[in-house]
Structures are given as C-alpha cells and as structure tokens.
Design a protein. Structure first.
Length: 703
C-alpha cells in the first residue's frame, strides 16, 4: 500500500536538507498549533554528524506563508499575475501547450528541470516530456553545474558518479588536491573532513584564484589565473613524468591510452605553464612532490575547473594526473567531483537531461529505448531523440521553441548572458513555472503553479557520494499548493488522458517504477526500496538486487569500460573563450557565498540569511582598487561584452590582482550573469561561468 503521500508525522521525523548535495541529516519536529517545524542537525547521520550550515538551519522559514506561493497565478488580460483556482490554472497550461503543439509541432514545447528535484520528480518530468508532450526539448540546470565533470568521468571511467568513494575516506588519504572548490562557503559541514585529513598528517592543496577560507586551511595554495587549470594539471603531469614518478605498473595493468596523453603533457613545459597560469614554478614542483609522495591521494574538483568552455578537457587533465600516479580504483585514492544541488547526482540520472533515459541510459541506445519504452508502455519509436543542452535550449526560446514549462530552476538569475535569456523568456508564446516562491522567472510566466516543499512531501535524493536518501514528509502543506507529481498528473489528464495512469502521485509508486526503469542501467536502483531506505542511509548505487549492499566504493576491481581499463584522454591547453584585452582588461570569475543559495529565490526570503549576505558585491585586490581609484564600499560598474552590472566594491588581498569576483545570487543591477559568457564546452554544453573579460570603473565619478 502506498504510505508516503497521505499523512504527515506527528512526532519528530528524520529527513534531509532541501539545499545542497551534502544532504545533511535533519530532524524535523512539528511545532505546536500547526506552526511549521523546528529543524535540528542529526548526529546519527554520518555525513554531517549533527552539523548544519545557516541555510539548512533556517530552511523551515521558507515553509511559512509569507515567503511562499499558496495559490496559482494566471496572467490577466491587463497583463498582471492574478490569483486563480487550480482548475483554471491547469486548463491554461494545458491549453498553452496544446495550442503550441498544434501550431508548431511537438518540439515547439520545451521543459526545463532542476537538480533540486527529487529522483521521483526528475523521473516523472522526463517521462512527461517524452510520452505526453512527445518533445525532445528537455534539459535542466544541472547542465550549468557539474556536466563537464560528468562528461570527463564517463570518458575516463565509463561511469559518472560524483564521488566514487564516501566522504569518510578523505581523512584517511595522504594528500588531497582540491581544485576550484570552496566547501567553507558551499558545504561547511564537509570542511571537517579536510581538517581531519590534516590532523591525521595528510596534506591539502587548494587550487583557486582566490585565497578562500578553504584555501586558508591548505598546506599549499596555488592561485592560477581563472581558466588556466588545464595548463596547471598538464604542467604537474609533465613534472610527474620528468621526475620518473609515473606508476608504470598501474598504467600498464589498469589503463589504456597513456602514450598520446603522455606526449600531450610533455608539450607543456613547466616554464610555459608558469607563464600561462601565473603559478610560480617552485609551487608547481611542491604540489607534485606532496601529491606523489603520499601513499594514497585524491584529486577533487568542483565548479572552478568545470564551469569553463574547456571544462571537460580540464577535468580530463586532472584525471590523467590521478591515473598516471595510480590513484583511481585504489583504496583511499582516486578522482571525484563534488556535486552541487540537493539532488545534483540523482537529478542527472533519471531522464531530465536532453540525451538521457532513466538509469543513466543513453537516449540513442536502441536497447535502452526498448527497455524504458516497455516500462512506460509506449512503442520505442515514439520516444523522441536527444534535444539541446540547457543554454542552447534557452537561447532558442521564441525562435523554434514557443512554450516552456519550468520546474525547479530560476534561469533569469542563474543562466549565463542572463539579460539575453530574460529576453528569450519574454519572447515565448507561453511560459508556465512551477515553483515554491515567486522567483524572477516565475514573475515572467503566464501561469505560476505553487508546489509543495521538501518537508511537506516524501521523495528520494542521491547525494554527492551516490548515497540514496529518503526525505520524509513531516507536515501538511498549506491549502492551495500541490506537489510537482500532482501537477504532472493533472496536466497529463488534460493533454493525454489515456496516459494519466502512468503518472501516479504517490512518490513510492513513482520510485518503484524508476527502479524498474533503471534496472540493468549504469545507475541501477533496482535493489533500493523505500522499505530499505527507511532503515538504511548507506545505500549507494549501483544496487541491482534487493539483497545487494550497494556500492560505496567504485572501480576497485575494474572500471566501467568494456575492457575494464580507465582511459587516458590526450588534452592540450587553450585559452578561455574570452581573454582580457585593452578594452576589457580583467578576468571576472563568479561563485557563491555561504548564506545565499543559487539564484537566491529561496534564501533571499530568509531574514537572517539576508542579514549575513545582504546583496551583491565585487571583490577586488586593494592594489587594483588603488589603481582604479576605488574605495571600499563604493559602487563600481563592471562591464563585459554582454552588459553592465554594478555593486559595492569589497577589497581583499585574497584575490589575484588581475581578477574580480562576483557572487551570482542576486537579480537586478547586481546580477553577475548579466556579464557572463555563454561560450559552451563542446562535449558537455557547460557555459563558461568561471571566466570572462571585464572592465571596472567607479559608478559615480568623484569630483
Ligand atoms: N552557500 C552555498 N552553498 C552551495 C550553493 C550555493 O549557491 N550557496 N550551491 C550548491 C551548488 S549547486 C554547487 S554547484 C556547489 C558549488 O560549490 P563550489 O564549486 O565550491 O562553489 P563556487 O563558489 O561556484 O566555486 C568554487 C571556487 O572556484 C573558484 N574559481 C573561480 N574560477 C576558477 C578557475 O578558473 N579555476 C579554479 N581552480 N577555481 C576557480 C572560485 O574562486 C570559488 O572559490 O555549491 C553548493 N553549495
Ligand atoms: N555566474 C554563475 N552562474 C551560475 C553558477 C555560477 O557558479 N556562476 N552556477 C550554476 C550552477 S552550479 C547551478 S546548479 C545553477 C542553479 O541555478 P537555478 O536553477 O536558478 O537554481 P535555484 O536558485 O536553486 O533555482 C531553483 C528554483 O526552483 C525552486 N524549487 C526548489 N525546489 C523545488 C521543487 O521541488 N519543485 C519546484 N517546482 N521548484 C522548486 C526554487 O524556489 C527556485 O526558484 O546556477 C548556475 N549559474
Ligand atoms: S551544507 Fe548543504 S545540506 Fe548541509 S545544511 Fe548546509 S545547505 Fe543543507
Ligand atoms: Mo550547481
């Protein structure tokens, strides 16, 4: 019997945070008189051991009526979003989609999902796009997140799972190279693992153009120019070869393709690498010494090296370094990517990605199509082919895509070249947004559908370790909101009534179908059930059978390639799509601060988070500021080829003098993405969020 849709718990409920990929364990205790829940960290959950960051601690505030949507909105003839009933709103969405399809064909309707959606929602959304709308045009915000690491991992190991080992292995390795990752701000409870590594005598190397609070912890901080990690990794590999530190036996036994990768690396002379990256040669040598001296070692990447127009090759170069030194597939060693969103991992496995079917299957693989089509009860030939990547899809709005359903993303703030994308969204014939709050994207919609939130619904997420977790419903949603699963069922009832039965609204039923759809695929969930997840929070996929213990550590015997060997891929350094010049002389890089989450749609509604991080800023070095005559706190204008943004200057010697940094959490004048360059990685479709060329000046000339 379905058990998870109906009743909220009366006592404390074990659950997980609505925000990042750490998926910290929480206890949710209903308050008296139905006034929401109280959140506490769970000491029994090994990932966070009771710790929560400020976002997790305050997450319950977004559940309260003031912060959120509690009624559907429909745009009136006068052009205003007005409260409406669910029937009216759903009719309007169904009509908008049906009208578009009739006029322009199925591919004129598109769907944009999110890595924050549970596995059940991501699965149902992909199924809805392909079997109800019949469109190939679906992609999601995870494309903007770790897609380059995913592509590089697939290429090298035949499988993409963020971390192929649990976080608990980090303190027990000998050396970690943490590339473009700032857990002090982005996953504070995870910082403990790196502190424990050091306490155990291990070493930490941080690669970041800024000396972040994470870099403060490092034994060695390398501060390359943004966009030059590829050269840096190749320079390290060059030294590894030159100094005779290649693990020849491992390379022979467990890998393929070393020769071309080796010669590509040897073309990157250390002196050239020093010039390109700005990292002094002695630091490069020291990094190689620390990394190769350790018996066990890891390379971990996050958005710094990945969000580049050459992100796949950049991650590939770091993987080559790990392979040449015999790390992946050995205990307490290897390469991993720290994924980002709450379900950043699971959200990329179950079919909301343009080229993908559930279980991390390929949409172009005839056997995969046949398997999933059978589970869905449709002919394989009816499944559309692959669609476009996220930015390409958003860029096509109003062109050959005329209607869009957004579920779980706020691209007006988070997409690159955001002013252009905002214009594309306005050019649509029809826009529907399902969200928990009136995001900047929802503000543009013809219809806004208010949905339930994490604590009000049950569902599973897969954290950065590939650990599948059950988020349990702890309180009843306010009247007037429905779950995303309800929305998809209700739309199906209107657009394709014969398919309605294929869209159950009980998450457990959806999960059981997902298990069947994923069975035999790379991300195999067949052996994971809600009953198991109720008692076991250490189930890592693949888990093909009900009695299977799950796979916390991958690749120990073989890689997921046909011959079981990891693949070296020869890569060569190249400049960013846009390098500084006389007109735009500085690098802009972008990222996060601890108190705001992503587009800020949720966290900008929490008073204490706004107090901690009230608005955008431009971080720059005091010497650069002096040169430009800019004082602390003064409003500065940052201009790129895409547009202009302004925000107060924040001076710190912790950043390179040729680089400025902006967090991307805010809309309006301080929107960092007005400036960013949508140059895409050719393999992953990842935009170059981490580097473009800008000019900086005082907003108001002083007299
Ligand atoms: N507080 C908070 N936490 C979050 C999120 C959030 O929005 N707010 N989002 C979650 C999500 S979805 C994600 S993806 C993760 C992201 O987590 P991280 O990857 O840790 O976050 P970022 O700040 O985007 O980037 C990390 C670092 O990359 C550096 N960097 C910039 N350019 C380069 C470069 O060219 N090379 C190198 N090596 N480094 C560079 C930046 O200076 C920054 O310190 O965080 C998750 N956690
Ligand atoms: N310049 C710059 N831009 C970046 C990045 C960067 O580093 N620099 N990072 C990129 C990265 S890594 C990411 S992941 C993206 C993220 O960018 P976005 O996709 O904009 O991320 P969020 O702000 O998390 O948006 C999620 C939206 O869905 C809503 N929501 C939350 N849960 C649910 C749910 O269960 N159902 C529904 N229907 N809605 C829900 C939230 O209220 C919010 O409006 O930004 C990217 N943009
Ligand atoms: S670190 Fe991530 S999962 Fe943990 S409380 Fe903060 S936002 Fe939530
Ligand atoms: Mo992300």
């Amino acid at each position: 019997m379905p058990t998870h849709a109906a009743h909220p718990a009366t006592g404390p409920t074990h659950s997980h945070c609505p925000y990042c990929a750490l998926q910290c364990g929480m206890t949710l205790t209903p308050n008296a008189a139905g006034a929401g829940v109280t959140v506490a960290g769970r000491a029994d959950f090994p990932v966070n051991r009771g710790a929560l960051c400020g976002k997790g601690q305050s997450a319950a505030q977004v559940l309260s009526a003031g912060a959120r949507l509690t009624t559907p909105l429909v745009r009136s003839a006068a052009g205003r979003l007005e409260p409406a009933g669910w029937d009216e709103a759903l009719e309007a969405v169904a009509a908008g989609l049906a009208r578009t399809r009739a006029a322009h064909g199925a591919d004129a309707c598109a769907v944009f999902g999110g890595g924050g959606l549970t596995n059940e929602k991501a699965y149902a959304l992909g199924k809805f796009a392909r079997t109800v709308l019949g469109t190939s045009q679906i992609d999601y915000n995870g494309r903007f997140c770790m897609s380059s690491a995913a592509a590089a991992g697939l290429r090298a190991f035949g499988l993409d799972r963020g971390l192929p080992f649990p976080l608990e292995d980090i303190p027990r390795t000998g050396c970690v190279v943490l590339v473009g990752s700032n857990p002090a701000e982005t996953m504070p409870p995870a910082l403990r693992y790196f502190a424990e590594l050091k306490a155990n005598g291990g070493t930490l190397i941080v690669v970041d153009p800024r000396r972040t609070r994470t870099a403060d912890l490092a034994d060695l901080h390398l501060a390359p120019r943004p966009g030059t990690d590829l050269a840096l990794a190749l320079g390290m590999l060059h030294l590894v070869v030159a100094e005779g530190r290649v693990d020849e036996e491992y390379v022979r036994e467990r890998t393929a393709g070393w020769e071309p990768a080796r010669s590509a690396a040897m073309a990157h002379w250390p002196e050239y690498v020093e010039r390109v990256t700005g990292v002094p040669l002695p630091h490069l040598r020291e990094a190689v010494r620390l990394f190769t001296a350790a018996g066990h070692a890891m390379v971990l990447t996050a958005r710094g090296p990945e969000q580049q127009s050459k992100g796949t090759d950049t991650v590939g170069a770091w993987i080559n370094l790990a392979l040449a030194t015999g790390r992946p597939g050995r205990p307490l060693s290897g390469y991993g990517c720290l994924t980002g969103q709450g379900n950043g991992q699971g959200g990329r496995e179950h079919g909301q990605k343009a080229d993908q079917l559930p279980g991390y299957r390929k949409l172009t693989d005839p056997a995969a199509r046949a398997h999933v089509a059978e589970v869905w009860g449709v002919p394989p030939a009816s499944l559309p082919g692959p669609g476009r990547s996220a930015y390409e899809l958003l860029d096509a709005l109003g062109d050959d895509v005329h209607a869009l359903l957004v579920m779980g993303s706020n691209p007006v703030v988070s997409a690159p070249r955001a002013a252009h994308i905002e214009g594309r969204l306005r050019a649509l014939g029809f826009l529907a947004v399902a969200d928990v709050v009136l995001s900047e994207t929802a503000e543009l919609a013809d219809v806004v559908l208010p949905v339930t939130q994490w604590a009000e619904e049950t569902g599973t997420t897969t954290n950065l370790e590939g650990r599948v977790l059950l988020r349990r419903r702890a309180l009843a949603p306010p009247p007037g909101v429905r779950s995303d699963l309800d929305v998809l069922r209700d739309l199906t009832a209107r657009l394709a009534p014969e398919r309605e039965k294929g869209f159950p609204t009980d998450p457990q039923e959806v999960f059981d179908e997902l298990r069947r759809a994923s069975a035999g695929g790379p991300a195999d969930y067949a052996g994971i059930s809600y009953a198991r997840l109720e008692r076991d929070e250490a189930l890592h996929w693949p888990c093909p059978e009900p009695g299977h213990p799950g796979t916390p550590r991958l690749f120990l015997d073989r890689f997921a390639t046909e011959d079981g060997r990891a693949r070296f891929v020869p890569v060569t350094h190249r400049p960013a799509a846009e390098e500084p010049d006389a007109q735009y002389p500085l690098h802009l890089t972008t990222g996060r601060v601890v108190a705001q989450y992503q587009s800020g749609a949720q966290t900008r509604r929490v008073a204490e988070l706004n107090k901690a991080a009230p608005g955008p800023f431009v971080e720059l070095h005091p010497r650069l500021a002096a040169r430009l005559g800019i004082a602390e706190g003064e409003t500065v204008t940052v201009t790129s080829r895409r547009g202009e943004a302004s925000a107060p200057a924040r001076l710190t010697p912790a950043i390179r003098q040729d680089t400025v940094f902006m967090p991307f959490h805010w809309p309006g004048r301080g929107r960092a993405n007005t400036l960013t360059n949508p140059a895409l990685d050719p393999t992953s479709g990842m935009p170059e969020f981490k580097v473009c060329a800008v000019r900086l000046e005082r907003a108001q000339p002083r007299d």
